[in-house]
Design a binder for this molecule. Sequence first.
Ligand code: IVH
Length: 675
Amino acid sequence: MDDQTNLKKRLQELRQQIRFHDYQYYVLNNPVISDYEYDQLYAELKHIESEHPEWITPDSPTQRVAGAASDKFEKINHPKPILSLSNAFDKNGVLDWFERISKIDERVEKADFVVEPKIDGLTVVLHYRDGIFVQGATRGDGIIGEDVTANLKTIKALPLSIPISNSNSPAPPYVVVRGEVFITLKDFELLNHKLEEAGEKVYLNPRNTASGSLRQLDPAITASRPLTLLTYDIVQIEGERPRTQQELLNLLTAWGFPVVESLYCPDLNSVLRAYDYYLEKRDQLAYEADGAVIKLNDIQLADQLGVVGKDPRGALAFKFPAREVTTKLLDIGVNVGRTGVLTPYAILEPVEIGGVVVKQATLHNFDFIAEKDIRIGDRVVVKRAGDVIPYIIGPIIAARTGNEQPYHPPQTCPACGQKVEHFEGEVAWYCVNAACPAQLVRNLEHFVSRSAMDIAGLGIKLVEQFVDAGLVKDAADLYTLKKEDLLKLEGYAEKKAENIITAIQQSKNQNLPRFIIGLGIRGVGEVVANDLAIHFGSLDNLMNATIVDLMEIEGIGPNIAQAIIDWFQTPRNQELLKKLKKYGVWPVQIELKQNKLEPQVFAGKTFVITGTLDHFSREEAKDFIEKHGGKVTDSVSKNTTYLVVGINPGSKLEKAKALKIPTLSEAELMKMAGE
Ligand code: IVH
């Protein structure tokens, strides 16, 4: 084989691997390699494609990157009307539906069903020609939608290609699939949390965020939002159509689509039980579901029943009870976050929403209160979706008595009393007092948290106790705490105090990324902290970095770079670092390497070494392999992945040849690990 053929083979291999890992990560939620390894595969593919642009195909994983922005969406005629669903709000509604359609076709009496959760997202219509995703549209009015192909391509759960050969269930030459794009409740909260810390406007709910994100003229914006997808229908298909909804869902799964979960129901009674099941499970679903969709399993029968207006007779949305209620807004409280952002929250007359008593709800930000003209004493609509913090939708103006009081944001910090400030271009108000106790508590809570220094047993309650007692004025003070200090506080027995002190002292060994996360620099979460640690290698280097050095790192823009510079230039933070260093809390890169930062490229691979190596001693070679996630054993067996061969190899080489085990030179071994 010539070099070109080899390279092309590698290109195809890389695409296949990346697709496999995308599927594991985004569809099955079961990643099998680290982000770092994934990035390496991706970088290699990008590199080959940059050398050979003629080899780029539209389904290459690199083609998910955001293309150019446009000034409007093109209109697309749907191949068939994209139908909606009629609703039922109780069991009688379902029985009425069943009776109605039984009268039209007596086969319904003995019909079976499939029940699926009704995802509260937005419909998308996905066209695949010859196995390639060629076009995607929003629902629009059901007849004409908007072309959002470029945006949809950025959604990693969406397959850019589906198998048309080499598969047990090849897809037909043309198929149009329908699904729902949404943001998981967890991702929604994370997104809002980040925005809030950055002083930016938060989103009001997951559905609008998903819809707004997909309908962006600049695909780069869509790409930055955590959109995902589940499919549930085939709108059109060239070739054999599935007979049942069950078959349809199985086909979609076999083609690599993420598919909505479902329950098969042999009769109407089990349909009602399936509804109860999903109602019960509602809070455990990753997304907001607003009902269960009941579908006749027999697709032909469903089609023959026809359509009323825009609603097919063969399916029904059985809605869950709304999780929006009204209650009285008793007062508005204000929280002070880690970065000093002030966030208003509603104090409510307690009210039950879907089995949970709600007393507080978020009011997003002060602009929201002003825009909605929310007044203290108002009746307000509150919504609770899944585990997302309940939020206020707005006031009921018609219920006003005239006694409601307009709200004025505080001029001073509710925790420390200092004047609050507003920065140009941001919606948030900040307490800029670095010594504000509320901020200190939040900062410490962050410092000890699981993703940062991971100090077991320490949470906001205990940290608050330390601050209130005057024991701790910054994170470094934690390391000076003694058992006797804690014993003086309420609720500490000998053992508990001892455990906490031990956990604090042990955290001195945490690695550099965790330490960087713990500093609580705006915009520096797990990913950025890892990048900084890898790039600069030590805290001392990071402290001396210039804005240009920082922006050299992919993914770090001017805002984060400036936030990092500002953080290290703040005298109070410099003081904190000095103290931490003095107390021996100063991670070094050496430890990092041994921990987890090396890309685990050898994960799952077993190596045997034979002969004398040039660069490494045996022990060093073993360390090197283990550091990258591999295992080293003494003898060659069928479980050996590679034999590393040095000068004067022994009999192991013969054995490896007999077992057809590939060999590597020392240089090849190092190259595989990217060194
Ligand atoms: S089936 C003819 N299944 O609910 C097929 N729709 O109110 C009709 N939806 O516009 C759709 N989850 O966007 C179907 N499992 C599911 C669904 C689902 C969410 C949405 C869909 C539709 C709306 C109807």
